[in-house]
Design a protein around this ligand. Structure first.
Ligand code: AMP
Ligand code: GLY
Length: 417
């Protein structure tokens, strides 16, 4: 089988690494890929919004299946475009991708399908929002409706902060069109977890539960980031795990059917385990990043076989066997991340891990230039380690991190604590 992976980050690197191990694979390609991905897949610099270019590539290389990494091409309809030309895609239709690209769509979907989530109200008028928010209970969560690269959510402890969020999103339009509509949502207290499941053929297959660490600094301090590290598994109590399956994933599948939404791919549920039970904070329509880097290494099965089953609508026939033990994955980020990440710093020490079976390095933002690895983004590297338990995986990861050096390198020291 010829497989094409769309994307260029750490999530796509771990996907390529795992798919490369599949006995079903003939040739692996990635668009645009990265220097690190090009060591295991053939890459070509075609942009993810160049649908015609991607289609021509699929024809030339006789691609059997396209696996979409990030959300943006899904929201723009890459699945619909390629499927109409007879190409199989692992990733939902644009309608399905609205579950991530529009928070209002996601919240209405949950309301209609009785999926537990925080109470909310949608506003499109700035003055009306200002007037009503004054009467709403704080803390209050204000969310921009559209895609904002993880920055469109503000937890507002006082009215003053809510008004400032409204002004930023609706008046100053700091996220452009993404903030013309906002959601004001009940503040939930609890522990968060990331649930991912394969979806295909009106059924789902759940992956082991993981947890992301979104803030930049230890003890959940500092600004929100794309994610600074993840651990897997996260053990849920039986009643919570049952509720996740029955009240969230089952109702999600039933809702897709009821609303005639074509969906094959991954559903990611950002979960808050509140006192009253698990509630959905957000849906993403693709693997989480950095969750994928902690979850995929623990899968025993051939990932390609499972993805094919999802695309053929046969996910119900599949089971997942998961390695015993745990995986911890941390992110090494650039100085200045998340606001103004520095680029072009030389990375030293990667050669120490070239042949390791236990320590895996996935590249998020690097490039190779004249034989040297350079930083090329905010999140630079993920170091993932598998061990019999989280504590030992942590030890391995942090021991490894101390051997990788670049100017301004930053990582959290408390991932998995
Ligand atoms: P989201 O992009 O909707 O997942 O929100 C980003 C982060 O904001 C989440 O991971 C939570 O930490 C926090 N958050 C979002 N919604 C709520 C809520 N209703 N109550 C408390 N925290 C929230
Ligand atoms: N780690 C959260 C996300 O992928 O959106």
């Amino acid at each position: 089988m010829n497989v094409l992976i769309l994307g260029s980050g750490g999530r796509e690197h771990v996907l390529c690494w795992k798919i490369k191990q599949s006995p079903l694979l003939t040739k692996l390609y990635a668009l645009p890929g990265s220097s690190a991905i090009s060591e295991i897949a053939d890459c070509l610099d075609i942009a993810l919004d160049d649908f015609e270019g991607i289609f021509t590539f699929c024809e030339q290389k006789k691609i059997d299946i396209v696996i979409v990494g990030p959300e943006a091409p899904l929201a723009s309809g890459i699945q619909d475009f390629l499927a109409a030309k007879g190409i199989k895609v692992f990733g939902p239709s644009a309608e399905g991708a609205k579950l991530e690209s529009s928070k209002e769509f996601a919240k209405e979907f949950m309301r209609k399908n009785e999926i537990p989530t925080a109470d909310f109200k949608v506003f499109t008028d700035y003055e009306k929002a200002r007037a009503e928010i004054k009467n709403m209970k704080h803390p209050l969560v204000i969310k921009a409706d559209g895609l904002c690269a993880g920055k469109g959510v503000r937890i507002c402890f006082e009215e003053r902060e809510s008004l400032s969020a409204l002004s930023d999103f609706m008046e100053k339009k700091i996220f452009g069109g993404s903030g013309t509509k906002i959601i004001a949502e009940e503040f939930l207290i609890g522990k968060e977890a990331s649930i991912m499941a394969f979806v295909g053929g009106n059924d789902f297959l759940i992956l082991p539960v993981s947890r992301d660490h979104k803030r930049l600094l230890d003890n959940n301090e500092g600004p929100n980031t794309g994610g600074m590290g993840a651990v897997c598994p996260v053990n849920l109590d039986d009643d919570i795990a049952g509720a996740v399956k029955k009240q969230i994933l089952k109702r999600f599948i039933d809702g897709l059917k009821r609303e005639n939404i074509s969906y094959c791919g991954i559903i990611y549920v950002g979960l808050m385990i509140a006192k009253s039970g698990p509630k959905v904070l957000e849906f993403n329509v693709r693997f989480g990043d950095p969750e994928a880097q902690a979850v995929i290494p623990l899968i025993n099965e051939d990932l390609l076989e499972i993805i094919i089953a999802a695309v053929e609508g046969k996910i119900a026939e599949k089971k997942l066997s998961i390695k015993t033990g745990a995986c911890v994955s941390i992110v090494l980020s650039s100085g200045g991340y998340p606001e103004n990440p520095e680029k072009g710093k030389e990375i030293k020490g990667l050669e120490n891990f070239a042949n390791s079976q236990e320590i895996m390095i996935f590249h998020s933002g690097t490039k190779k230039d004249s034989g040297k690895w350079l930083t090329n983004g905010g999140r630079v590297l993920n170091i993932a380690a598998i061990a019999p338990n989280i504590e030992e995986a942590r030890e391995k990861v942090y021991f490894s991190a101390s051997h990788i050096l670049f100017d301004g390198v930053h990582y959290r020291k408390d991932i998995g604590l």
